[in-house]
Design a protein around this ligand. Structure first.
Ligand code: NBP
Length: 484
């Protein structure tokens, strides 16, 4: 294909809010020249006119777009996930050549990315699924980028992505995550952890408000204070901002005017669905997804609203002590949520054959993305100290943190139960912690039940083999049979 006009080293297809911001970010970095294409020309024209300094190279057709790109061509697709992505991939494969690179920067399901990579690879073109986190602002100023795909594609894309990624402690928040769907898989887990983190913060706020009677503005100050310590993170920071906000119309705290029905775009549900398939208990993330679902059932909530709760009005005796307990419970539950998320990364990497460096993932989440936090450095250190760590929460730093928080964590869950305050993420995280550290679990009884009704067999603690008991008839005559 003729490329006599080729000048751009990178192209962006799809110029809605994410695509145009990413294109502007790319154009603002030295060494980049950006070609842009959008299905509807008016949108392209609008973006080019609005940002003349970016010196975009606009294209009216895909052929023009391909001709404006230097070889190997590289284009980032930022269109609506799903069929639009497939449509654009089809058009690009028509005008691109072997060795060129198509990047899907949208929020694709990782199994779609695996499918697309396989299909595109057959044409000789590289396909890269890149998770991009940080919303509109991240796209413009520096996102956290989680690219999958081939090592060959990474050679071209690495310097470009490094030029636009967020910088955390001097390092760009991007790394080659692994082949095919690895990048979108890790982005999915990022979003799942984000759901858990947000739900935990919301529960902390609710407990403090209902337990101490403090106003949202007063609780905002508590979060601002917490943001100076080990909980320091973007989500804690914006929580303080949200709680401070006053509704211009009514003068009430805005949080009291917002309808309490949480929405979701689906990536949390994907994380949980995938975890179920992989057999990984991500209970903190699952409870967060379910809590949003429960909130969005107004008819059921109305019907249940007069069911009984605790007889007495619940308040705490020592508000300051309780607030500190909630802080510790939040930190402990957050450690559980991240530990579970990393368990899912390990299981996914094993299932799909990805060599994912866990410490690197924690590093690239330190800036640009929604779960950015100092805390992630501790995760990187834990995996650097012990790459084979079997459960993140057992690393020495987290073990110490959990040991310190454990009594407060229990007090908070007890208080929540007594007060009738729903705290599904706090309590399920504590249940997970207790389950993991238990010497014996009632799973033994479950195995007995399974063997009783379905002859599913069981293993014994005192010898090798699988066994089935003849349960029927006189229970005293049951016999164990070694089925080997
Ligand atoms: P949207 O998801 O709203 O998609 C709009 C873009 O898709 C427009 O450029 C539109 O072109 C194009 N498009 C559609 Br719709 N159907 C098309 C088709 N059949 N062929 C070609 N183009 C088509 O844009 P966005 O909010 O900027 O998000 C872009 C991607 O980034 C999505 O995958 C999203 O999930 C992901 N993402 C978004 C955020 C965020 O905070 N918004 C964060 C992280 C990732 P048109 O102008 O011709 O209609």
């Amino acid at each position: 294909m003729a490329d006599t006009t080729a000048q751009a080293n990178i192209g962006v297809v799809g110029l809605a809010v994410m695509g145009s911001n990413l294109a502007r970010n790319l154009a603002s970095r030295e060494g980049n020249r950006v070609a842009v294409y959008n299905r509807t020309w008016e949108r392209t024209e609008g973006v080019v006119e609005a940002f003349p300094d970016a010196e975009f190279i606009p294209a009216r057709t895909m052929e023009e777009f391909a001709a404006s790109l230097k070889k190997p061509r590289a284009a980032i697709i930022m269109v609506k996930a799903g069929r639009p992505t497939d449509a654009v991939i089809e058009e690009l494969t028509r005008v691109f050549e072997p060795g060129d690179i198509i990047v899907d920067g949208g929020n694709a399901l990782f199994t779609d990315t695996i499918r697309r990579e396989k299909a595109v690879r057959e044409t000789g073109i590289n396909f890269v699924g890149a998770g991009i986190s940080g919303g509109e602002e991240g796209a413009l100023k520096g996102p956290s980028i989680m690219p999958g795909g081939s090592a060959e594609a990474w050679e071209t894309l690495g310097p470009i992505f490094r030029s636009i990624a967020a910088i955390a402690e001097g390092e760009p928040c991007v790394t080659h995550v692994g082949t095919d769907g690895a990048g979108h898989f890790v982005k999915m887990i990022h979003n799942g952890i984000e759901y858990a983190d947000m739900q935990l913060i919301a529960e902390a706020y609710d407990l403090i408000r209902r337990g101490t009677g403090k106003s949202p503005a007063e609780i905002a100050e508590i979060f601002a204070e917490w943001n100076k310590g080990e909980l320091e993170s973007y989500l804690i920071e914006i929580t303080a901002e949200v709680l401070r906000q006053v509704d211009a119309e009514t003068g009430k705290p805005l949080v009291d005017v917002i309808l309490d029905q949480a929405g979701a775009k689906g990536t949390g549900a994907w994380t949980v669905q995938t975890a179920l398939d992989l057999g990984i208990p991500v209970s903190g993330i699952a409870e967060a997804v379910f809590a949003r679902s429960l909130s969005s059932k107004p008819a059921q909530r109305a019907a249940a609203s007069n069911l009984p709760g605790p007889a007495e009005e619940w308040t705490v005796d020592d508000p300051e002590g309780f607030i500190e307990d909630v802080r510790q419970a939040l930190y402990a539950s957050k450690i559980v949520a991240y530990s579970q998320g990393f368990d899912e990364i390990v299981a996914g990497a094993e299932q799909y054959g990805w060599d994912i460096k866990k410490g690197e993932i924690a590093k690239i989440w330190r800036g640009g993305c929604i779960i950015r936090a100092q805390f992630l450095n501790r995760i990187t250190e834990a995996y650097e100290d012990d790459p084979g760590l079997v459960a993140l929460l057992t690393a020495p730093y987290f073990r110490r943190a959990l040991t310190e928080a454990e009594p407060a964590w229990r007090r908070v869950v007890i208080a929540a139960v007594q007060g009738g305050i729903p705290s599904p993420a706090f309590s399920s995280s504590l249940a997970y912690y207790d389950g993991l550290r238990a010497d014996r679990l009632p799973a033994a009884l479950v195995q007995g039940q399974r063997d009783f009704f379905g002859a599913h067999t069981y293993r014994r603690v005192d010898k090798e083999g699988t066994f089935h008991t003849l349960w029927s008839g006189d229970r005293s005559e049951v016999a164990a049979t070694d089925t080997h």
